[in-house]
Write a protein of this length. Structure first.
Length: 136
């Protein structure tokens, strides 16, 4: 019997890549606010429906944080990981303060952050299209 708290295939949101990426960007901005994540259109996507657990907002948070943390394992993307962590998980109230905490010029920080957000969007889009097997 299907779990009534999980969206069924006919209830899943179908987003364009542009809509999906914008929803990821919004979700990153609200990462520390579960109530705001609950309203994300991503909570009704295949990405979240395939994630274990019953709470879609919690699943979305775990997916976002897991994608950010995975960047730390690759030396080439460590700078992206640092920018994303400082901005969305580190509690910096402003991007200027996040750049300062990282000891980076603001323009360098913004370049790392932009590339990191793009990586998160692309990685999660691939998972949305191809399922959890697209992790690599």
């Amino acid at each position: 019997m299907p779990d009534p708290s999980e969206p069924q295939a006919d209830e899943l949101a179908v987003l364009s890549q542009e809509e999906f990426s914008e929803a990821v960007r919004q979700a990153l901005r609200h990462l520390a606010r579960p109530g705001a994540l609950a309203g994300s259109p991503l909570t009704r996507t295949r990405l979240v429906a395939e994630h274990p657990g019953g709470d879609p907002a919690e699943a979305l948070r775990e997916l976002l944080e897991g994608t950010i943390e995975a960047l730390d394992g690759d030396p080439r993307s460590a700078k992206l990981h640092r920018a994303l962590t400082a901005t969305f998980m580190g509690g910096a109230p402003t991007q200027e303060l996040a750049a300062e905490r990282l000891g980076l010029p603001f323009t360098t920080y913004r370049r790392h952050l932009t590339a990191g957000v793009e990586h998160v969007c692309q990685h999660l889009w691939q998972r949305e299209l191809y399922g959890a097997a697209a992790r690599a």
